[in-house]
Design a protein around this ligand. Structure first.
Ligand code: ADP
Ligand code: MG
Length: 327
């Protein structure tokens, strides 16, 4: 690719060697040759592969701490493996940098590898070029096809569940935009949700054989539920106030709370369905991996989405998911 600026203190290959080339143990060959060499997946498993890009100004702002950017770039990708019930194995990193800023690179690689180590996965290759700051990671995982959690498996009568407390990342964004004010410590907590999302990999693995479908919530719960409904050709009823809410979001007015939880985006929680007879097993599986899950509704044969409050009254749908080409 296009070389980085020749005047830069550190050349492209030194930069890669210093910040992105760590010895691999699972991969026979990591960064350094023309290709990485990975062992084939376990017998019966297939490779699960997903890519996600983060572009400065679109997915993150320039003031984000580099280690948090490194964390988030990998977290959003691991979240896709989680949503498939796949076991993460390795990843590649394509990064475009406006300049060689060693402070940035040190922080970025520290955050990236901390999360990689937490999930025991290896960086096996990538590409480094000069350009506007952007990061594209491709993750590689494995899962047996029959165990994969897909978007098209929801059936009428299934329970609808979501992990965690969606809405905090959006609340943080609103504070940054100046539309909401929060005390400093409360802001720090929702900011962590936005900048340091924790991908629900263990929950995804634990839900294999229990969940009938799953998707990760990246563009807002209602928007992502729309994808799940469309793929499964079903409708859904969501009891909006059954969605668990963080202490910070709970201090906000009801309308804002609902908007953040239902349409906030950037949550990286798992939205999934399971047959009602598996309710206790789902709760036990989540407990087993220390994940919080809430049962928030059900899948209907009737198409469309119905939002209700705890009394069963209809809540008007003025919520929509985050669409990069519309908002
Ligand atoms: P090529 O000339 O074949 O495109 P590159 O010069 O882009 O190779 O990269 C050299 C080696 O460094 C390759 O093995 C590549 O996978 C690795 N690499 C480049 N950038 C990164 C990165 N950001 N993280 C990890 N490995 C990288
Ligand atoms: Mg290359």
């Amino acid at each position: 690719m296009a070389p980085l600026d020749a005047n830069m203190s550190l050349g492209e290959f030194e930069l890669i060697a210093k910040y992105f080339n760590r010895p691999t143990s699972r991969a026979l060959l990591g960064p350094g040759d023309d290709c990485a060499l990975l062992a084939a997946p376990s017998p019966g498993s297939h490779l699960a592969i997903s890519s996600d890009m983060l572009i400065e100004g679109r997915h993150f702002i320039s003031t984000v701490a580099p280690d948090r950017l490194g964390h988030k770039a990998l977290a959003v990708n691991l979240s896709d493996l989680a949503a498939c019930g796949a076991q993460p194995m390795a990843f590649t990193l394509a990064i475009s940098l406006p300049r060689v800023d060693e402070g940035f690179l040190a922080g970025f690689s520290r955050g990236l590898f901390a999360l990689a180590d937490a999930h025991a996965i290896e960086l096996v290759g990538g590409d480094t070029t000069a350009g506007p700051l952007s990061v594209c990671i491709t993750v590689i995982g494995e899962v047996a096809p029959a165990q994969m959690l897909r978007r098209d498996g929801a059936r009428a009568g299934d329970d609808l569940w979501v992990s965690g407390t969606p809405g905090d990342a959006r609340l943080a964004l609103e504070v940054l935009r100046g539309t909401v004010a929060l005390p400093g410590d409360a802001f720090e907590r929702v900011r962590r949700a936005m900048e340091l999302p924790q991908p629900q990999v263990a929950l995804g693995l634990a839900l294999r054989g229990l969940a009938s479908s799953a998707i990760d919530v990246s563009d807002g719960l209602i928007g992502d539920l729309g994808h799940l409904r469309e793929c499964s050709r079903v409708g859904a009823t969501v009891e909006v106030d059954a969605i668990a809410c963080s202490d910070v979001l709970a201090t906000q007015p009801l309308a804002l709370r609902r908007r953040c939880a239902l349409a906030g985006g950037d949550d990286y929680e798992l939205l999934f369905t399971a047959p009602a007879q598996g309710r206790d097993a789902v709760a036990a599986a989540a407990r087993g991996v220390g994940a919080q899950v809430s049962r928030i509704g059900r899948i209907d044969a009737e198409p469309g989405l119905r939002l209700i409050d705890a009394g069963g009254q209809s809540v008007i749908d003025t919520f929509s998911g985050f669409d990069h080409f519309r908002s």
